[in-house]
Design a protein. Sequence first.
Length: 213
Amino acid sequence: MKIALTMENSQAAKNEIILKELQYVAAQSGDEVFNVGMCDADDHHLTYIHLGIQASILLAAKAVDFVFTGCGTGQGALMASNAHANVVCGYALEPSDAFLFTQINNGNALSLAFAKNFGWAAELNVRGIFEKVMMSGCERGQGYPVERALPQQQNAAILNDVKRAVAKDYLEGLKAMDAELVRVACLGERFQKCLFENSQVDEISDFVRELLN
């Protein structure tokens, strides 16, 4: 998988810690990591709203397969991500949350809390979350517990259908947003490199190029 990590302004100082753990797991799973959010306080200013836009663009363009996002509590990044019809974002405070998300909801993004309860062994907890998504050892979307597998799979599919039904065409929706909001979300060089080098949907990457120019 191609996996993006994006972090907002309030938690930028922790990027090095989180990225290190993600790269540690990726080295074992064979996944490719793109660090597309903020790295420090001097980086371009991103809020959790920008993170949702980043996640939706990268996923819609098929530049990445999965996005790890987050903010202080993880709640803002969760809501901002799920505002986009093509993003199915879960919430994980511990590894079991990540495992259950992959098995029951089988989405394409996961929001973490990078301030709440971020104390002793926080890096080990984060590593465990990454492992459950990237190295769980079982096929995703199988349901849990086993006796609940079928209705869980059906409900996950229905929810995806509902999101598609109430949404505009993706590019139309992107163009309807405040242009400056989208432009700021796409300003980072690492984000642009990930998108432009890996996009499989030219109309999306071309729109971003146009917006930036």
